[in-house]
Design a protein around this ligand. Structure first.
Ligand code: HEC
Length: 196
């Protein structure tokens, strides 16, 4: 009578131990599989590479980046002076939102280089409102986002090209806004300003 509960305990214990072996066994096997990392060397193929070259005449799908202006912000190595698509109100609104998420933590909401991370000790970037950067081309800003700039990280993997251009458009608008004279305000808007 006394034996039964003890036996079942023993069974449970054995099952647990077996399960443990199976689980750890599986994990190690999966982890230690013999396989090549991308672009690793290999003695197996004649050319010494583990990765195979594309077959000739392979057709690129979605990733054929022939539009140099749009993807690199440069033409023949020179930063472009123009945007690859029309800058509309929607583009600016999108740019403002993306700027506030990705850039303002360091560059500040108005681009003065005094964001919260800088206030906490990160290297301070130049204000976007100095003459050199006010004169800088859209392609220059696009390049900094795409390739990083000194202490600033690369954003190419985090911000798609369309959004990068939207951010650049918003920075250009920010630059205008911080350096505008009353004469720049359209007459229709002037009344609104005076009423405020
Ligand atoms: C983590 C902080 C940080 C973030 C986030 C950041 N930057 Fe920067 N950025 C810097 C710093 C610091 C520099 C100056 C780097 C240096 O001189 O080493 C810089 C430099 C630049 C420059 C070059 C300025 C010059 O003096 O020529 C541009 C343009 C720029 N950033 C744009 C952006 C944009 C656009 C974003 C958002 C997509 C962004 N940065 C996000 C910190 C940041």
């Amino acid at each position: 009578m006394q034996l039964k509960p003890q036996l079942s305990k023993l069974f449970k214990f054995c099952a647990l131990v077996c399960l443990l072996f199976v689980m750890t066994g599986c994990r190690f096997n999966m982890r230690d599989q013999p396989r090549y990392e991308a672009l690793e060397g290999s003695a197996f193929f004649e050319d010494g590479r583990a990765s195979r070259q594309m077959i000739e005449d392979t057709v690129a799908r979605d990733n054929l980046r022939t539009d140099e202006h749009f993807y690199t912000g440069q033409i023949d190595g020179v930063p472009v002076e123009t945007f690859p698509f029309p800058v509309t109100k929607e583009v600016l609104t999108r740019g403002q939102q993306r700027f506030d998420i990705f850039c303002a933590p360091c560059h500040g909401r108005i681009g003065d280089g005094n964001g919260m991370i800088v206030q906490r000790g990160f290297k301070q970037p130049f204000s976007f409102h100095i003459d050199r950067l006010r004169d800088a081309s859209p392609g220059y800003f696009y390049g900094a986002i795409t390739n990083g700039f000194g202490a600033m990280p690369i954003y190419a993997t985090r911000i798609p090209p369309e959004d990068r251009w939207a951010i650049v458009a918003y920075i250009k608008a920010l630059q205008l806004s911080q350096n505008a004279a009353l004469a720049d305000v359209p007459e229709t808007e002037l009344e609104n300003l005076e009423n405020q």
